[in-house]
Design a protein around this ligand. Structure first.
Ligand code: ADP
Ligand code: ASP
Ligand code: MG
Length: 468
């Protein structure tokens, strides 16, 4: 069997959903299971619904829900016959009645709890999956809706719960193979799940990719396909560099590193289940299905440049802590990381040298309390509005002059680098620049490394080759 996941823009309206049906229809012999995101823009609207209700603005929140209803009704009316459209609208209204009840509760409380926030966001995938299943049936693709909240089990953390593999596998194996045997295409909402006690959870923003991978791993899929709005993983975000090029093949590790450092095309956790079960993952364009995409596998063929791609993560803050009293002291680092943990901050990159530690974290939230606590360790310098640029490539491992090439490009453009880190696996180099310089830096690096690449630098000879 195969898992085919279609993101928000792939199911944004009737035209897009028809295209999805035409991509799935010729693949029935491979026993596809389809995972869908909420219709494009709906999750963001649901965030607004929750926030508006939490401000006590009940009527505006209800009006936003009405807009979501209208989007689904319009798409249904363009694809379904009168009977099927009426059945869909009845189901839509029953789910929206639950959403309305939640809105009223939030408005009365005047605040939204993390659990209520997840429950609200979950309506997006609930509605889209019911709609896509009905559309498939109307368009001649035999299908059945399956409720992810009953099949994917997670812990009870919000807003990004962690899947529990054994109970998820059991539930999926009980439900899905019998549907596939009947030649039905199961259609599931991505992103949503339930805790063991039955509370609705989500896998965090962008989490439908992760749902597809969890399902693929549990059912030992032959292949997981992520259908999106770009023709695969590109050498960088095409919104930053229109000349970004399609990468034919990329390794699991390279793709994970890119996703962790901001390449939105894949949710960062997506590849873990695929790596564990060695399932190839393809990234493809639902808007241009004939264009080919990217295949992600354990070992990937070399590309044009020693680098595979560039990722950019904005909204970063950097702390530099100087603690001369603690030179070489493990206690200093221990205290530093305890404080970060206490404030629920995950370090994106860390650089330690002598008595100074620099830590880049996501967000520029009010970090005043943390700064005061860090000052008990030493002198603290805090820089908000930073960005991380990450260059990835298995082929950079052990090559001479990689860093000087990269930093030379930025120096020529007078871009100041605040912090540098090389991943321990040596397949990435990350550095921090001012957020205002970030896009320009990526564009310059992309032009230099991919649009006019110089010959690969030589490899540092290993001991064995040196002796041979
Ligand atoms: P979906 O809704 O299908 O999950 P996303 O918006 O989450 O789609 O991800 C696709 C987007 O990821 C693209 O439109 C592109 O702007 C962005 N992106 C960032 N980095 C890359 C990259 N290296 N290659 C391709 N797309 C990228
Ligand atoms: N709909 C969710 C989001 O917008 C999950 C996803 O699309 O992957 O974040
Ligand atoms: Mg996505």
């Amino acid at each position: 069997m195969i898992v085919m996941k279609f993101g928000g823009s792939s199911v944004q309206d009737a035209t897009a959903i028809r295209r999805v049906a035409s991509i799935v229809a010729p693949r029935l012999a491979e026993q596809p299971l389809v995972v869908v995101s909420a219709m494009g823009g709906v999750t963001d609207k649901l965030v607004q619904v929750a926030e508006t209700a939490a401000r006590g603005e009940l009527l505006p929140a209800m009006a936003l829900l009405e807009g979501i209803r209208a989007k689904h009704v319009l798409a249904a009316s363009e694809m379904l016959n009168a009977t099927a459209a009426a059945a869909f609208t009845a189901e839509l209204d029953s789910r929206l009645a639950e959403a309305g009840a939640l809105v009223r509760q939030i408005a009365e409380q005047g605040t939204v709890s993390p659990a209520q926030h997840s429950a609200m966001l979950a309506f997006g995938e609930l509605l889209s999956s019911v709609l896509v299943a009905a559309a498939f049936a109307a368009l001649g693709v035999p299908s059945v809706h399956a409720d992810s909240r009953k099949l994917i089990v997670t812990d009870a953390r919000h807003p990004a719960a962690t899947p529990l593999a054994p109970p998820t596998r059991t539930k999926l194996l009980e439900a899905i193979p019998q549907l596939l045997k009947q030649n039905l295409v199961p259609v599931l909402g991505g992103f949503i799940a339930s805790s063991e006690s039955g509370e609705v959870t989500t896998l965090g923003r962008g989490g439908s990719d992760y749902s597809a991978a969890i399902i693929g791993a549990a059912l030992s899929a032959d292949r997981i396909e992520i259908w999106t709005d770009v023709s695969g993983i590109l050498t960088t975000d095409p919104r930053i560099c229109p000349k970004a090029q399609r990468i034919e093949e990329i390794s699991f590790h390279e793709a994970t590193e890119l996703a962790c450092f901001g390449a939105k095309v894949l949710h960062p956790a997506t590849l873990l289940p695929a790596i564990e079960h060695d399932i190839p993952v393809a990234v493809l364009n639902s808007h241009k299905p004939g264009e080919g995409g990217t295949i992600i596998r354990a070992v990937a063929a070399q590309g044009v440049s020693a680098f595979r791609a560039i990722a950019l993560k904005k909204n970063i803050s950097v702390f530099n802590v100087r603690a001369p009293r603690h030179v070489g002291s493990l206690r200093f680092l221990d205290d530093l990381f305890s404080l970060l943990r206490w404030h629920h901050l995950q370090s994106e990159i860390v650089a330690i040298s002598g008595a100074t530690a620099s830590v880049a974290v996501e967000g520029s939230r009010e970090l005043g309390k943390l700064i005061t606590e860090l000052q008990t360790l030493g002198e603290v310098d805090f820089q908000p509005e930073q960005a991380i640029i990450c260059l990835v490539g298995e082929d950079i491992r052990g090559r001479v002059g990689i860093a000087s090439e990269v930093f030379g490009v930025l120096a020529a453009d007078r871009i100041n680098i605040r912090m540098i880190a090389q991943g321990s696996s040596e397949i990435s180099v990350s550095f921090v620049v001012d957020e205002k310089d970030a896009v320009r830096s990526v564009q310059e690096l992309h032009r230099h490394l991919f649009e006019e690449p110089s010959p690969r630098p030589a490899r540092v000879p290993s001991l064995e080759t040196a002796q041979a």
